[in-house]
Design a binder for this molecule. Structure first.
Ligand SMILES: [Zn+2]
Length: 281
C-alpha cells in the first residue's frame, strides 16, 4: 500500500507566529503545513466576521480547518442543566465551525460517573441526538467528532466512540493516539499492528466516509494511574507513543488522515511528524 493523503498542522495558533491568528494560514503554508485545529477549548467566542475571514484565508492557503470544542462538556452529567449547557457549547462550536468552514467539531463526550459504561454512553448518545436535531439548520454540514480521551473515568474508549458514532448522524471518530496510550497506561498502541487494527475496525463499523480523512491527534504523553497527565514533545525519549508506528500503520491501510499536533511545540512537531511520514512513505 502507498500512503494516502496526509495533512499536518497544529492544535491552535502556531507558537512561532508572533502576529494575529488570521496570519496563521499563510504562515502554516509557508512552512509546509496544511491543517489547523481552531481551539475553542475555553469557550466559543469568535465573531461571525472573524470566523469567515479565517475560513477564507484558510481556503486560499490550502489549510483544512477543524475545531476543538470547549473542555467544559459533560453530556452524561447527572444534572440536566449541565447537559443542557454542554449541548449549548456544542451548538455554538458547530455554528462557528460552519462560519469558518471547519469540517469537524472535536469534543470530549463526558464521564462515566456512577452510571457505568453502557448507561453513560447512552446518555451521551441521547444528548448528541438532541444536538443534531437542534443544529440541523445552522450547521448540517459539520461533523461531530467524539475524541478518544486520556483518562479512565472519561467516556472515550475506542468502543465508546464507535458506539456513539453508530447512533448519531454525521459523526466521525477522532483518534488521539496519545490519549489511548495514557488511558491504557502505556500498553497501547505498542506497534503499528495495534494502530492498523483500530483503523480497520473503525472502517468496518462506521464506513469509509467516517475515516476519510481519519481525524487524528498526536503528541507524546505522560500519564499517572488515572491516565493522562501532560503532553510532551516528540524529542522526549521517556514518553510514548511512537509516531512512526502511527505513520507505518496509516501507510499499511492507505488511509487519508488529518494529523493535528498537540505537542507543547505545536507546529514544530507537526513538521517533524510530516518528515517521519515522508521517510516512511
Ligand atoms: Zn481533545
Amino acid at each position: 500500500m502507498k500512503c494516502g493523503n496526509l495533512r499536518f498542522g497544529p492544535a491552535g495558533k502556531p507558537i512561532d507566529l508572533a502576529g494575529d491568528l488570521l496570519e496563521a494560514p499563510s504562515f502554516l503554508k509557508s512552512i509546509g503545513l496544511d491543517a489547523m485545529e481552531y481551539e475553542a477549548v475555553r469557550g466559543v467566542n469568535i465573531s461571525k466576521e472573524r470566523a469567515e475571514k479565517l475560513g477564507s484565508l484558510a481556503k486560499e492557503n490550502g489549510i483544512v480547518l477543524s475545531m476543538h470544542a470547549p473542555y467544559y462538556i459533560n453530556l452524561s452529567a447527572v444534572e440536566r442543566e449541565k447537559v443542557e449547557s454542554s449541548i449549548k457549547r456544542l451548538l455554538d462550536a458547530l455554528q462557528a465551525s460552519s462560519w469558518m468552514g471547519s469540517y469537524v467539531v472535536v469534543f470530549h463526550p463526558g464521564y462515566y460517573l456512577d452510571w457505568g459504561v453502557k448507561e453513560a454512553v447512552s446518555r451521551v448518545i441521547q444528548a448528541l441526538k438532541d444536538v443534531r436535531e437542534r443544529s440541523e439548520a445552522l450547521s448540517a454540514g459539520v461533523w461531530l467528532g467524539p475524541e478518544t480521551t486520556g483518562k479512565a473515568k472519561q467516556v472515550g474508549s475506542v468502543d465508546d466512540v464507535i458506539e456513539i458514532c453508530r447512533e448519531v448522524s454525521r459523526c466521525r471518530p477522532v483518534v488521539d493516539w496519545a490519549h489511548l496510550h495514557a488511558r491504557s497506561l502505556g500498553k497501547f498502541p505498542k506497534d503499528p499492528g495495534d494502530v492498523v487494527k483500530v483503523v480497520e475496525r473503525l472502517e468496518s463499523e462506521l464506513g469509509k466516509e467516517a475515516i476519510d480523512p481519519l481525524h487524528t491527534h498526536f503528541s507524546k504523553i505522560e500519564y499517572t494511574r488515572g491516565g493522562e497527565k501532560e503532553h510532551h514533545t516528540l524529542d522526549e525519549k521517556d514518553y510514548g507513543p511512537e509516531f512512526k508506528d502511527v505513520c507505518e500503520a496509516y501507510k499499511e491501510v492507505g488511509v487519508n488522515a488529518v494529523i493535528i499536533s498537540e505537542s507543547p511545540v505545536l507546529e514544530r512537531d507537526a513538521l517533524k511528524m510530516k518528515k517521519i511520514c515522508e521517510e516512511i512513505c
